[in-house]
Design a binder for this molecule. Structure first.
Ligand code: NAD
Length: 292
């Protein structure tokens, strides 16, 4: 630590609650050490009511920036000076960059998802995606995929408090991109099956499969999948979800958990703050090479 932190160290924060379980501090600090960058990344337990002071603190203490997570991703927007156009479309910010007191908000979850597929040499541009969920992760994925050139997205959601969000996402995509977006009630299982059969990628962004729904999946019948497709679960704890097991039973060629997305959303933020590429292969090996 004596050699690591000095009077010149540049601080980056993470503002969320709860946050002590996050892998982000270890991920970013390991990357700083690996590249010999004089930065440090710390997690701060910040809820909505302390957020204005905490954001003002970025300016006052001249932090280079901060990650923002739940419950602050939407609440942070009016506290910033500028918003990246994709963050504006998504309606959420997970990364703040401080340029001499001017704070700009970005969202890197969607780019992280798209980059994680590129890392596997998979290209979904011009193809069709079926996406379950329209919350924070689902919104970022749908909008970024549409911006990047995915041809069609069929969004499935429950008729819960995120249903309106699913409709909003499809409207934005249809108005502002060349992608065609459709919204369906996930209770319509026949359409769900048909749309998946017609898609190159099925992505689940609902969190079904992690605690408290560990061992559960929205799809339990392997015959719904076809072999040459991608099945992508945004969940990364556990490393293998029930959905992934069902896909593997169907001999689906490309089955992923959310670790790649998690790593690449961090790498995008790292680049925004430092201007440098995160050593992703090194970090993947260091943090994620386990059987959890
Ligand atoms: P959220 O609460 O904002 O959205 C959840 C969505 O899932 C909503 O659309 C909701 O309607 C739907 N949903 C919830 N329970 C459901 C059920 N039982 N059946 C059908 N639909 C259901 O949550 P979020 O922030 O979008 O996170 C969702 C998941 O994505 C979590 O598992 C989270 O860990 C994961 N995530 C991963 C990354 C990553 O980097 N890999 C990043 C962000 C989120």
């Amino acid at each position: 630590m004596k050699d690591r932190i000095d009077g010149h160290t540049i601080l980056i924060g993470l503002m969320a609650y709860p946050i002590r379980h996050s892998m982000s501090p270890t991920m970013h600090n390991s990357a700083f050490v690996k590249l010999g960058l004089n930065y440090a990344y710390l997690a701060f337990e910040v809820e909505n009511d302390q957020l204005p002071d905490a954001i003002q603190g970025i300016r006052a203490l001249r932090l280079r920036g901060s990650n923002i997570s739940m419950p602050n991703k939407q609440k942070v927007i009016p506290l910033l000076d500028k918003l990246d156009p994709v963050a504006e479309m998504v309606g959420a910010v997970n990364t703040v960059v401080n340029d001499d007191g001017v704070l700009t908000g970005y969202t890197t979850d969607g780019t992280g998802f798209m980059k994680s597929l590129q890392d596997e040499d998979l290209n979904i541009i011009g193809r069709k995606m079926t996406l379950a969920g329209a919350g924070g992760a689902g919104t970022a994925i749908a909008i970024q995929a549409a911006m990047d050139g995915v041809k069609e997205i069929s969004i499935f959601n429950r008729k819960d408090d995120q249903w309106e969000n699913a409709l909003r996402n499809a409207k934005i995509i249809n108005e502002k991109t060349d992608c065609k977006a459709n919204v369906f009630d996930i209770a319509d299982q026949e359409t769900f099956k048909k749309e998946i059969a017609d898609s190159y990628i099925y992505c689940d962004s609902t969190g079904v499969g992690m605690k408290p729904l560990e061992g559960k999946s929205l799809i339990n019948d392997p015959s719904i999948f076809h072999k040459d497709m991608i099945v992508y679960d945004t969940v990364y704890a556990p490393r293998t979800t029930k959905l992934m097991e069902v896909a593997e039973e169907a001999n689906v060629e490309h089955v992923f958990n959310g670790l790649g997305m998690m790593l690449e959303q961090g790498a995008e933020a790292f680049k925004l703050w430092t201007g440098k590429e995160m050593p992703v292969d090194y970090i993947r090996e260091l943090l994620f090479n386990d059987d959890k």
